[in-house]
Ligand binder design. Structure first.
Ligand code: BYC
Length: 303
């Protein structure tokens, strides 16, 4: 009976709030997705963080610093939303450190040049926005409200990345080459961010029924490609996909097949930087232990 009432609420677009009754499967599904989303924001600071000290101007450094700081904030909104489902931050971190919780595959690729800061903002944040705009309408209230705040900042991130790419394509031949090389390396991993094809996505069925996801992996991927191709054309960059072609009938681009072996390899912990990213997070967490202890002791003393 409870389940029927719950589904009716979902079907009539009412939000589910922390104290409302919800099926155990819905709660678990959300904890998994929101925590993975939070971990992605936090681990996602690493590939860009390394370039803060090497930014080519004070302006570029200030912008990158602000962006990376925003990602930490996004992680915090999302951990808070996740905690409303009855799990603690400590448990979530433990799941990450034990390799039980995933984070986005995209952050397991190295950032080799300054142009990669452009490619990440333009493509990775661009892909993230497409996904997150649809998640603004997700059925769980705290997740939905978190997404609304995050999307406002994410659109600035996408623009700063596109600005870097634009500047580099208008620079020297070497700079233009760096921009094209960054696009070549980040294009396919960005397409993979949307996850497996719908037919191979075990989570999509429940996620759509419960309106946790509002669009499927393939719908979002197509949307991203359709938006991004024109942006590449405008700044004279070539998308590294020989099968990319406008399909008049569908009103969308056809595109080549993702290397799914590469995708699963990265998701399963064997990408170029998986070990480095997790070890860095474990170390930072350990180094911060004294701060957490001090906060706990202070709170205890002033109870
Ligand atoms: N990477 O059934 P599926 C950012 C896993 S960060 C790793 O389709 P689902 C930013 C999936 O978890 C924004 N794993 O699952 C930060 C599942 O495994 P489990 C990140 C992936 O959940 C810093 C299995 O594959 N955004 O913006 O329906 C700097 C089967 O997949 C991936 C989010 O996290 C992947 N790419 O759909 C710059 C958005 N894809 O959990 C930028 C929120 C799939 O069963 N998350 N898997 O063991 C989602 O929308 C969905 O969880 C996904 C996957 C679309 C990612």
């Amino acid at each position: 009976m409870n389940e029927e009432v719950f589904q009716k609420k979902i079907d009539s677009e009412q939000k589910i709030e922390p104290k409302d009754w919800m099926p155990d499967g819905y709660r678990k599904h959300l904890i998994r997705q929101i925590s993975q989303h939070a971990h992605s924001e936090v681990i996602g600071m690493q590939p860009e963080g390394k370039w803060i000290t090497r930014a080519p101007s004070l302006r570029a450094k200030m912008i990158l610093l602000a962006k990376v700081q925003d990602e930490a904030g996004h992680g915090l909104y999302l951990y808070s939303a996740c905690e409303t489902l009855g799990i603690t931050r400590e448990e979530l971190n433990e799941q990450l450190h034990q390799g039980k919780a995933k984070y986005s595959s995209i952050f397991n690729y190295p950032t080799l040049t300054w142009a990669d800061m452009g490619a990440i903002g333009w493509l990775v944040d661009g892909a993230a926005i497409i996904n997150q705009v649809s998640l603004q309408k997700t059925s769980y209230g705290p997740y939905s409200r978190g997404m609304i705040r995050i999307c406002k900042e994410e659109s600035f991130h996408q623009r700063q990345g596109y600005e870097i790419m634009t500047q580099m394509t208008q620079g020297t031949a070497e700079q233009k080459e760096m921009a094209q090389d960054a696009l070549n390396r980040f294009w396919w991993p960005s397409i993979m961010m949307f996850g497996p094809h719908d037919a191979d996505s075990p989570r999509t069925g429940n996620a759509m029924k419960w309106k946790i996801k509002r669009k499927t992996n393939d719908e979002l991927r197509q949307n991203f490609i359709d938006k991004t191709v024109g942006q590449a054309d405008l700044i004279g960059l070539k998308i590294p996909d020989p099968d990319l072609k406008w399909n008049e009938e569908r009103g969308s681009y056809d595109f080549g097949e993702v290397d799914w072996d590469e995708f699963w390899n990265v998701v399963n912990g064997n990408g170029p930087c998986n070990k480095q990213r997790l070890n860095h997070h474990r170390k930072a967490h350990k180094d911060g232990e004294w701060v957490r202890d001090a906060i706990k002791a202070y709170a205890e003393k002033h109870k």
